[in-house]
Design a protein around this ligand. Structure first.
Ligand code: F6R
Length: 632
């Protein structure tokens, strides 16, 4: 029986974007699970729980709140077992309560289960199980699944407990519609754990006499860098000494053990106050890593090892389609601008969540790209599957090696920026911009871009890390500007051409971490509506670098100033503005058109970060958000 006296409530609670960790080995499981959960907290932080299988009993502790709260709870119990599972939750609806936290125990007390995903047919299964005498303490879909496993286990008549455990899980999962990453313990198998996945990430860490299951490498990298990326429909059955993988239809799988290329220090704060701050300041190195080995020997174009497309195949492409969500969608918009500008090919950009349902007519010669830092965003994955189903070749620009999107794509480009832990994307975004700029260059050079222009473009890309360093040096000044404007409740971000998406990104960054209402617009659109918001209380952040339309942007600034709106301008070094027009100025170095969006992103990242800190917000774990959106 569970050792906690938790009254499970009757709230329906779907779990999305949760973190899962499981341990089997020779060490005390609870501390390893808590460490893993701490590292997974950026995936969800409403509530957390663990179940330890020890001396034939399932001991459970689960609490609403952060992992710290759970740690206090576990400290009250003698959790000494070396086998356990843990979960950190992010709920969409249903209360954030102790009861709704995972693990969930089957009503016969035999199984403990943690789950990331949504069981869509849980209601029919619940009716069925109720008729069979199973009872429920909550209305969570996960509790239904734990009882379904118990039901199939009880029904299995052949084999020993270990075989029945596996078959019980397998048969239960065969009836599930929806998505899951699960780990299960069974009281009759005190030295075993089973985990499985469908459309929710799950990795197996292969350690020294121990295994760790996790939804994310950050939870296991402190113990091992050897991992098996589980695929959809696979079930792993573990003891402390061995593991085997089979599919839902009982086919044996030969595991491939990969090595994670980053280490635990990459996922630690070091001297920084927040992961977001760390990741902003890491950008020069991260961007160098994104470019490494990706330029031709003659220095006039980009080269990519993983596109799986020949130059002549690429030359047949007459249109590009880009799909993504959130910040990554903004990166698509910049890439659209650069491909159209430099390669003179049409590009269409769509929200992945819209594309998957709108059945858009596509050009048969289009090349499809998806962008996703995590490689697990369910809408992006679904858009990709839809495009593949229609026969398109889909390439992925993605950061997490071995992610579902990376594996299911026909090829692609890894960003190589290391783990991004801060919920607000920063280094992954600028790296997406950089990779997008390289794709534009590559395609342009296959078309009409000259050797000289290609060489100049490559030089500009190679100079990006140093330019970013220069802008980062202004951090103290940007912090002061942030302090001056931190009390505003509304912000506008205004930019044009390739900086319009950066205006959108600036607004998103500010609103997600500081909860200030912010909107991004093309600067000239401002007078078609948003100008009504302008007052001395609503600052506007203008992107006004030197260039063809600089004077037009200055005119928009005048219109704002005429209505007493404060102006923060991001402009090229050495630019002067009419007396009294700007209230704060941040400069960026003069640079090539293809890299301006990258460089102009840095000040807005810093501005948003410092404003959020000034307002006392929890920057790395903003309310209502989680890092990777793994259900619809
Ligand atoms: C915002 C942010 C999100 C993500 C979006 C897509 O700072 O990080 O908008 O960009 O959820 O995530 P990925 O890139 O993992 O597909």
């Amino acid at each position: 029986m569970p050792c906690s006296s938790i009254a499970l409530s009757c709230n329906l609670s779907k779990q999305i974007m949760c973190g899962i960790v499981g341990y089997i080995g020779k060490h005390k499981a609870v501390s390893i699970l808590l460490e893993g959960l701490k590292r997974l907290e950026y995936r969800g932080y409403d509530s957390a729980g663990v179940a330890i299988l020890q001396q034939g009993k399932l001991l459970v502790a689960k609490k609403a709140g952060r992992v710290e709260v759970l740690a206090h709870e576990t400290a009250k119990h003698a959790f000494t077992g070396t086998l356990g599972i843990g979960h950190t939750r992010w709920a969409t609806h249903g209360g954030v309560t102790d009861a709704n936290a995972h693990p969930h125990i089957s009503s016969d007390g035999k199984f403990a289960l943690i789950h990331n995903g949504v069981i869509e047919n849980y209601s029919q299964m619940k009716t069925f199980l109720t008729q069979k005498g199973y009872t429920f303490k909550s209305e969570t879909d996960t509790e239904v699944l734990s009882n379904l496993v118990a039901y199939h286990y009880a029904k299995e008549s052949s084999g020993d407990t270990s075989e029945r455990f596996l078959e019980g899980v397998r048969k239960a999962l065969q009836h599930v519609e929806g998505t899951y990453g699960i780990a299960v313990l069974c009281i009759d198998c005190p030295e075993e754990m089973i985990a499985a996945r469908k459309a929710s990430p799950l990795l197996l860490g292969v350690g020294d006499g121990e295994y760790i299951i996790a939804s994310d490498a950050s939870a296991l990298v402190s113990r091992t860098q050897n991992v098996v990326y589980l695929k959809d429909g696979e079930i792993v059955h573990l003891t402390a000494k061995a593991f085997s993988i089979t599919t839902l239809d009982q086919t044996e799988v030969t595991p491939i053990v990969d090595t994670i290329t980053w280490s635990v220090s990459d996922a630690e704060l070091g001297t920084y106050s927040h992961f977001m701050e760390k990741e902003i300041f890491e950008q020069p190195v991260a961007l160098e890593n994104s470019m490494r080995g990706r330029f031709s020997e003659d220095g006039s174009t980009a080269v990519f090892g993983g596109l799986n497309l020949t130059a002549s195949e690429l030359r047949q492409i007459n249109r590009f389609m880009f799909c993504a969500c959130g910040t990554a969608w903004h990166a698509c918009l910049v890439t659209e601008h650069l491909i159209e500008r430099f390669a003179r090919l049409p590009v269409e950009v769509d929200y992945a969540s819209e594309f998957r349902y709108r059945n858009a007519p596509l050009d048969p010669n289009a090349l499809f790209f998806v962008l996703s830092q995590s490689g697990e965003t369910i809408d992006t994955l679904a858009a990709m599957r839809e495009a593949k189903r229609k026969g398109y070749r889909v390439l992925a620009i993605n950061n997490v090696v071995g992610s579902t999107i990376a594996r299911e794509s026909d090829g692609g480009i890894y960003q190589h920026v290391g783990p991004e832990i801060g919920v607000a994307s920063t280094k992954a975004f600028t790296s997406q911009l950089l990779v997008g700029a390289m794709v534009a260059l590559y395609v342009a050079r296959l078309k009409d871009m000259s050797f000289a222009d290609g060489t100049e473009y490559v030089k500009a890309l190679k100079g990006v890390p140093d330019l970013v360093r220069q802008v980062l040096k202004q951090a103290p000044a940007i912090k002061e500007i942030a302090k001056r404007f931190a009390k505003a409740n509304d912000f506008l971000f205004l930019g044009r051409l390739s900086l319009f998406p950066i205006a959108l990104e600036g607004a998103l960054k500010l609103k997600e971490i500081s909860y200030i209402h912010a909107e991004g617009y093309p600067a000239a659109e401002m007078k078609h509506g948003p100008i009504a918001l302008i007052s001395e209380k609503c600052p506007s952040v203008f992107f006004a670098p030197q260039g063809e339309i600089f004077n037009k942007i200055v005119s928009s600034m005048q219109e704002i100033k005429a209505r007493k709106g404060p102006i923060i301008v991001i402009t090229t070094e050495g630019t002067e503005f009419p007396e009294g027009l700007v209230d704060a100025k941040i400069t960026i170095p003069q640079c090539h058109e293809a890299v301006v969006p990258i460089i102009a992103s840095i000040p807005v990242q810093l501005l948003s970060y410092y404003i959020a800190v000034e307002r006392g917000c929890d920057v790395d774990k903003p309310r209502n958000l989680a890092k990777s959106v793994t259900v619809e």
